[in-house]
Design a protein around this ligand. Structure first.
Ligand code: IVH
Length: 669
């Protein structure tokens, strides 16, 4: 047989087995047979290199390691879902939707809520070109090479769609998780706590050859942007379309009507849960009709037309051995329960939060008690309540310390706050350690390899006192530390070096200013354009920034009032930390200078004011009425007469997705 023909046959057959294994949960052949087909294809391709193509299954083997993941702005934001924990909350959801739509019964698409990691897959002309994690919803990490190794993800769609984003979840099947842990154990390597962690750890490998050796799976749950084909206007049909393109869609997806339909599905899937080949943490309900979805729109980061109905958190009983007080990055004192180890929600738990002193009193928790520990999904385990009927006679009351248990500083509690705080600031080693960990964290300066054990040693030995000291670390100092070989030390130094090139937003976030989270840091960076502008901004100037109010302004002022903080910033810059500063551009050179826009209807992601602000920042004029001079009309849901007028005058009309595309990256908090 001619090689080209056999190669084509093998490729089809291998992908068919992939589909059976990952989508139909019905491996057609044993692993050894599969490997045989795979090796035959590899051999043939090696003999005929001209026949190798990027979408061949043999290309799913990973490529050379990356230094770091690049950032990818999402062209349409990746949103999250609101949760319901009871039938009652679902009833309220359904009532709200019926009332908003003015109809007696709603048709819903219902799906499992996959317990994995959200990703977006970009296809151009039907070929997989880019994949990214969700990140903060507006920017994710480029994990294309890793996703290419996931056999459940088609490298080519059955149709050459011009431009489409497939949204879904990467996960590890339970069976593959068990096999992976067997291998890890046999090799004396770390086992994973649950399939979700295993999937996350495998997807976030800089070396995609490692990902290739971990069997990951994928299920789609939606379409982001789509250009080149008209979408069918119903969620279930979109899912059919995905199936038709060869994208895995879970078999359990269905259409139901009304509240009874929703709750029926919840119970049905609940009963099936243990037997499913993958972990789920609930079900998702979505209004099926896309026009109705648009009409309902979004509240901040979540759609109004969908909700996740979560399974109850798992609860188990164990013994409270003691209560320790931890000091966090901002000095908050958190009592933490030390527990007799117990398996709950897929992991062994030895610590659980008790939140604060008031909670301990309210729940009447005493040391030595039998306590009920609860853990839902990836949430930190908590002590839910005391099993009073099991209370031993010799329990002890917990006493909150009167000074910081780490540095001995005075502690204080503000009237409106539940937490006591250590007033020691960066004098307190606990706060210093947490500040360093935050500084180095993935979304801040992203210094890989700087974990808590190492920070602990660096702070305790006074080698590192401030973030700036990280940039003064030298090899000899590092290898003198416990458990630090030359290779890890060199890797760490390389990671520190790499972190010097950052963005202003990351830098601001890394400083760990109270109340300045990632999205505020982004807004500040965008608004001020340079660090120097930010450093001289007074409270009024700060409050000009979107979402910045008196609280953030005060936190900024407090932070900058400390000479020490300014000094650290200066030292970091001297150490060579840098980013590109974009000065405000003169009005005439802006991309939309001279263009006139009209906004109409309800936009889903931005408010009308935000859209206006965005356009004006890009140089456009936003007008209230449509005329021949109008360049674009942006039409949201329920657009009315202005849209008609635009059609009448032949003015270009953009829907929200096209508009977002045009104005570039959207920021979703
Ligand atoms: S839809 C606009 N459907 O849950 C809504 N999400 O809490 C976008 N997830 O980030 C999400 N299964 O990672 C949707 N069947 C499903 C899902 C699902 C799991 C995850 C997803 C998302 C998170 C939201």
């Amino acid at each position: 047989m001619e090689a080209a023909v056999r190669i084509a046959q093998l490729r089809t057959e291998i992908e068919r087995h992939n589909y059976r294994y990952y989508v139909q949960d019905d491996p057609g052949i044993p692993d050894a047979e599969y490997d045989k087909l795979f090796r035959e294809l590899q051999t043939l391709e090696a003999q005929h290199p001209e026949l190798v193509s990027a979408d061949s299954p043999t290309q799913r083997v990973g490529s050379k390691p990356l230094k770091s993941f690049a950032e990818v702005p999402h062209r349409t934001p990746m949103l999250s879902l609101n949760n319901a924990f009871s039938d009652e909350e679902v009833r309220v959801f359904d009532t709200r939707i019926r009332e908003a739509l003015g109809i007696p019964e709603v048709e819903y698409a219902v799906e499992p809520k996959f317990d994995g990691l959200a990703v977006t897959l970009g296809y151009r002309d039907g070929v997989f070109v880019q994949g990214a994690t969700r990140g903060d919803g507006s920017t994710g990490e480029d994990v294309t090479e890793n996703l290419r190794t996931v056999r459940a993800i088609p490298l080519r769609l059955n149709e050459a769609i011009k431009d489409v984003e497939v949204r879904g979840e990467v996960l590890m099947l339970k069976a593959d998780f068990i096999k992976l842990n067997d291998v890890q154990r046999a090799r004396g390597e770390k086992e994973f706590a649950n399939p979700r962690n295993a999937a996350a750890g495998s997807l976030r490998q800089l070396d995609s050859r490692i990902t290739a050796n971990r069997r990951l799976s994928f299920f789609a749950y939606g379409i982001g942007l789509c250009d080149g084909v008209a979408l069918p206007g119903r969620h279930d049909r979109e899912m059919d379309l995905l199936r038709h393109w060869g994208v895995p869609v879970a078999r359990q997806c269905r259409v139901v009507r009304g509240l009874d339909g929703l709750l029926g599905f919840y119970r049905e899937i609940g009963a099936l849960r243990a037997a499913l080949p993958f972990d789920i943490d609930g079900v998702v309900y979505k209004v099926n009709d896309i026009a109705q979805q648009r009409q309902l729109g979004f509240v901040s980061r979540a759609p109004r037309f969908a909700i996740a109905h979560k399974f109850p958190a798992e609860e188990v009983m164990t013994t409270l051995l003691g209560i320790e007080v931890q000091v966090g990055r901002t000095g908050a004192l958190t009592p933490v329960a030390r527990l007799a180890p117990v398996f709950v929600g897929g992991v062994t738990v030895t610590n659980a939060t008790l939140h604060n002193e008031d909670e301990i009193r309210r729940k009447d928790v005493r040391i030595g008690d039998a306590v009920i520990v609860r853990r839902a999904g990836d949430v930190i385990p908590e002590v839910a309540r005391v099993a009073l009927e099991h209370r031993p006679a010799d329990v002890r009351e917990f006493v909150m310390p009167i000074t910081c248990p780490v540095c001995g500083s005075h502690i204080s509690r503000q009237e409106d706050e539940a937490a006591w705080r250590c007033t020691g600031g960066l004098f307190c080693p606990a706060q210093r350690k947490q500040a360093l960990l935050h500084f180095a964290s993935r979304r801040a300066m992203n210094i890989e390899g700087l974990g808590d054990k190492l920070v602990e040693q660096l702070v305790d030995t006074h080698i590192v006192n401030t973030p700036a000291d990280l940039y003064k670390l030298r090899l000899l100092k590092l290898i003198a530390l416990e458990r630090m070989g030359e290779k890890s030390a060199l890797n760490l130094l390389a990671a520190i070096e790499l972190s010097k090139h950052t963005t202003l937003a990351r830098f601001i976030y890394a400083l760990g200013i109270r109340n300045v989270g990632e999205s505020t840091a982004k807004d500040l960076a965008q608004h001020f354009g340079s660090l120097d502008n930010l450093l001289v901004a007074d409270a009024d100037a700060l409050q000009q920034v979107r979402d910045v109010g008196p609280v953030v302004a005060q936190s900024m002022a407090d932070f900058l009032a400390e000479a020490h903080n300014r000094e650290v910033i200066q030292q970091l810059r001297e150490a060579g930390v840098y980013w590109a500063e974009h000065q405000p551009q003169p009005a005439t050179s802006l991309p939309f200078s001279g263009k006139i826009f009209v906004l109409t209807g309800t936009l889903a992601v931005l408010t009308r004011d935000e859209a206006k602000e965005k356009l004006e920042a890009l140089g456009a004029k936003v007008s209230g009425s449509v005329s021949k001079k109008t360049d674009y009309v942006v039409a949201g849901a329920e657009a009315g007469s202005k849209l008609d007028k635009a059609h009448e005058l032949g003015v270009a009309v953009l829907d929200e997705a096209e508009f977002m595309n045009m104005v570039g990256q959207v920021s979703v908090a």
